[in-house]
Design a protein around this ligand. Structure first.
Ligand code: GTP
Ligand code: SPV
Ligand code: MN
Length: 608
């Protein structure tokens, strides 16, 4: 598409400036149409990036460069004006220095390529809680993915003013004259995922994968949005908001009213699965509002309202099966992009944990013939599907409600083999913020680096908070103060991943997680069924509905057990991690010290 006429002056100027720097062969303004997407997919097939999937209409398999398979946390930078504002958990670079370096790298970086301009919006069109942005990219894979993951094109541009977030992305692989392109161009030497929260803007170079390249997702909707939310909240005495790594679901008891629940779990720790849960208890329904990101606003009536800023799912493929997540399986039956999964000989996809034996003749994610004897997985552990949320058979009827949905409960979870029980309710908002600030989880393949290592991941935002993590804790406390006390969500810590002495999961998870949601629903309805422990409020075992389940004897006690020595160590680690963070609010130190006291620890460290 040629230059559209109604382009905000600031956008026109920015596009001209970028074009002069990156020197593309052509510029294409994306209108977001089906015809445009079809043409891009056709070209992606022609150059070998996409292979059409005969068994899934409108679907394609993409194989990435083997060195470009996940987010790169060590190459992700928060370039705030003040180093202090990025905090100790982020990589900080001086913004002027970062820009100088990126500008140097980017001179002519789109040579031989088309520069795509994608006007997009995070949040439903017309929602007062949404935000406009524009991504420039030289990756057609990114364009078609952004079209699924966000709202793009003319409908967005028509309402856009000068208030948009500029997001510049290049795969960092210019083509010399006459040089042939490769299917997944990227730059394995030079990679920068840079955020400028004070402007705000984003500049990503060198990777074409997921959160590194689909800049609406982790870069804008979490890192930049969290910094914007903090600034907006500070500049206003009412209202205020949070940008969180959370799913949102609607839970309806048999014959009852729907309650909305938000849940923060780190990457590859079960958000998509919980968001699309098929309840193991008859009569209960779960509907999905979002599976990865929530923007939570204090509404005029004092309730906390969530919108899903995204329009699609970028879900983990391995482990997705008809048994674990039938709704995801139905969602991805058509019009889906699969990246780094294995391919069958008859034009379908396969991955570990799909619930079927690997078919003969499988081609692995690198494009090579594979058999179980290979001794390595056929699909990359961070293989993903990209699909429109509207295709989900259990999408919530209010998922695009411009005012969002009211949140009644907030869950914080992680992947922890030990210590953390199945579910704990917070005693208060402050205690809930304490639970969120102390999530720890074993690392997963969603980020490059070692997996299975326990790390503190406050609010599941460690890789995604665009400012000082301790200030994020303060922001949570402030949002609590602004909510109507009668409408404040209750908060819970959950853990589906506790293991027994034999190393196997104690809890079946997936559809059975509704049993925990049911207990939470009972609590919201004012029913008791609870006991007070040193770490918070737990279900009495008989208050959990285990009907239709065959758990070994004492299993539920094991799942709920408070491992006092383990928790004493945990309380010490929390104090160390708080001290490392610096400036953790006093209210949270009080929660930490109260926990230690309840555990019978006379803290050697005590307070700050
Ligand atoms: P991101 O998209 O990276 O943010 O991940 P996510 O939090 O949405 O995780 P997802 O639901 O995709 O699950 C990741 C992995 O955890 C998959 O392999 C799932 O099969 C597995 N998983 C999810 N829920 C459960 C559960 O309740 N129990 C167990 N044991 N595994 C689970
Ligand atoms: C995550 O890592 O939490 C994801 C995938 O949801 S990515 O989009 O790559 O961030
Ligand atoms: Mn995620």
């Amino acid at each position: 598409m040629s230059d559209p006429k109604a382009v905000p002056a600031r956008l026109r100027a920015w596009v001209a400036e970028v074009r002069a720097l990156v020197r593309p062969a052509a510029v294409h303004w994306c209108d977001g149409s089906q015809a445009e997407a079809d043409e891009l997919c056709r070209r992606l097939v022609a150059n070998g990036t996409f292979a059409p999937l005969a068994r899934r209409p409108g679907s394609f398999l993409a194989r990435s460069h083997p060195g470009d398979v996940a987010r790169v946390e060590d190459r992700t930078f928060i370039c705030s004006d003040s180093r202090d504002d990025a905090g100790p958990t982020n990589n900080w670079r001086d913004p002027a220095e970062m820009k100088r370096q990126l500008a140097e790298l980017s001179a002519g970086c789109m040579a031989g390529r088309t520069m795509y301009v994608i006007p997009y919006r995070m949040g439903p069109i017309g929602s007062p809680y949404g935000r406009d942005a524009v991504q420039i990219t030289d990756s057609p894979y990114v364009v078609v993915s952004m079209r699924t993951m966000t709202r793009i094109g003319d409908a967005v541009l028509a309402r856009m003013g000068d208030d948009f977030v500029p997001c510049l992305h290049s795969v960092g692989a210019p083509l010399a004259p006459g040089q042939a392109d490769v299917p997944w161009p990227c730059n394995t030497e030079q990679r920068f995922i840079a955020h400028f929260p004070d402007e705000p803007s984003i500049w990503s170079y060198g990777s074409g994968y997921g959160g590194n390249a689909l800049l609406g997702k982790k870069c804008l909707a979490l890192r930049i949005a969290s910094a914007m939310a903090r600034r907006d909240t500070a500049g206003d005495t009412r209202g205020g908001w949070l940008a969180e790594h959370m799913l949102v679901l609607g839970l309806t008891p048999p014959g009852g009213a729907t309650v909305y629940v938000a849940a923060a779990f780190p990457s590859a720790c079960g958000k998509t699965n919980l968001a699309m849960l098929e309840p193991a208890l008859p009569g209960w329904t779960v509907r999905c509002v979002g599976d990865d990101i929530a923007w939570l606003h204090v509404a005029a009536d004092g309730s906390l309202r969530a919108i899903n800023p995204e329009a699609g799912f970028f879900g983990v493929a391995p482990g997705t099966s008809w048994a674990s997540n039938p709704h995801a399986m139905e969602t991805i039956a058509r019009d889906t992009i699969f990246t780094n999964v294995a391919a069958t000989t008859d034009g379908d996809v396969w991955w570990e944990g799909m619930g079927s034996d690997p078919p003969a003749g499988l081609i692995d994610w690198t494009g090579r013939a594979w058999s179980p004897a290979a001794g390595k997985p056929a699909a990359h552990p961070n293989a993903r599907y990209t699909v429109g949320a509207a295709q989900c058979p259990i999408i919530d009827p209010r998922w695009e409600d411009p005012e969002g949905v009211p949140i009644s409960a907030i869950l914080f979870g992680g992947r922890r083999a030990r210590v953390m029980p199945l579910v704990v309710e917070a005693n208060s908002w402050e205690h809930g913020v304490f639970l969120g600030s102390t999530i720890a989880s074993e690392t997963t393949a969603a980020a490059q680096g070692a997996t299975g290592r326990l790390r503190r991941d406050p609010f599941a935002m460690l890789p995604f908070c665009g400012y000082h993590m301790a200030d994020h804790f303060a922001q949570w406390l402030e949002i609590g103060r602004r909510l109507d006390p009668a409408k404040r969500p209750r908060m819970y810590a959950v853990n589906w991943f506790r293991k027994g002495a034999d190393g196997t999961f104690l809890w079946p998870g997936f559809g059975d997680n509704v049993r925990v949601l049911k207990w939470i629903c009972d609590r919201l309805a004012g029913r008791d069924g609870a006991r007070t422990t040193a770490i918070g409020i737990e279900p009495r075992p008989e208050a959990l509905d285990l009907s239709g389940m065959t758990l070994p004897p004492h299993r539920i006690e094991d799942l709920l057990a408070v491992d006092v020595p383990g928790w004493r160590t945990e309380a010490e680690h929390i104090a160390e991690d708080y001290r490392d963070l610096g400036r953790v609010p006093a209210a949270l130190w009080r929660e930490r010290d109260a926990l230690a006291e309840r555990l019978g620890v006379i803290s050697a460290h005590g307070g700050r």
